[in-house]
Design a protein around this ligand. Structure first.
Ligand code: DC
Length: 224
């Protein structure tokens, strides 16, 4: 397994589902002119591929094999699986829930490890996920752990879904989110935890811009 080149800077943003880390990572990367890795998309793509070809979700080896053979490309803000644009499909709640279930498999996590590290290219990378600062980029230059209370996250997710014309029930979103938080943080392999050297930012009462501002402030403190 190749360790990423240490001279290419990395900022990791980990946190629970709907904490806003994806949008924050995107904006921070845009601001710095860096690349972005949405690692959750790789777990979602694996989940979607398994659902499409009816791989048994209980078969760890088979799921890991699907992950190692994924034909994926990211172009602008679109994601392609075997040439098909699946940008919307991977965002479906059932795909996210399936991703969270299979993400507990160590063999799957290993199958995706190098693919994630390959994103560390000049001039820099902002990587978001659950284990970016602990496992994938343990030597990252700046580690952020983004949290928000579950009620605010469920409300944000409901708003996002509504904006896309998808009806959402807040109570069931809240329950799903609590179940997913528990699964992501209690699994044995690479659980969702803050790295010891991560800065924790609570975005419950912050706008996206304010959160991005805090991350950039930490970054400018690091490099000055
Ligand atoms: O960030 P997201 O909601 O798109 O991620 C979907 C699922 O993938 C999440 O519930 C857990 C898993 N995941 C993971 O285990 N490790 C990561 N680095 C990113 C996502």
């Amino acid at each position: 397994m190749t360790q990423a080149p240490f001279h290419v800077p990395v900022i990791t943003i980990d946190g629970p589902t709907a904490s806003g880390k994806g949008t924050v990572a995107q904006r921070v990367a845009e601001h710095l002119g860096w690349h972005v890795l949405d690692s959750g998309a790789l777990y979602r793509l694996t989940a979607l591929a398994c659902l499409n070809i009816q791989t048994s979700l209980n078969d760890e080896e088979a799921v890991a094999l699907v992950a190692s053979q994924l034909d994926v490309s990211f172009k602008a803000d679109k994601v392609f699986l075997s040439q098909a644009d699946v940008s919307q499909d991977i965002r479906a709640e059932h795909v996210g829930n399936t991703a969270s279930k299979i993400a507990a498999y160590p063999q799957l996590r290993l199958a995706l490890l190098q693919r994630q590290r390959d994103f560390q290219v000049e001039p820099g990378l902002v990587a978001d996920g659950r284990d970016m600062g602990t496992i994938v980029f343990p030597d990252a230059n700046l580690k952020i752990f983004l949290v928000a209370d579950v009620q605010s996250r469920a409300e944000r997710r409901a708003k996002q879904l509504k904006a896309k014309g998808i009806s959402a029930n807040l109570t069931s979103l809240l329950e799903d989110m609590q179940a997913r938080d528990l699964r992501d943080s209690s699994r044995a392999s690479a659980p969702l935890v803050a790295a010891d050297d991560a800065y924790v930012i609570d975005s419950s009462n912050l706008t996206i811009e304010e959160t991005v501002g805090k991350v950039l402030l930490h970054w400018s403190e690091k490099i000055n």
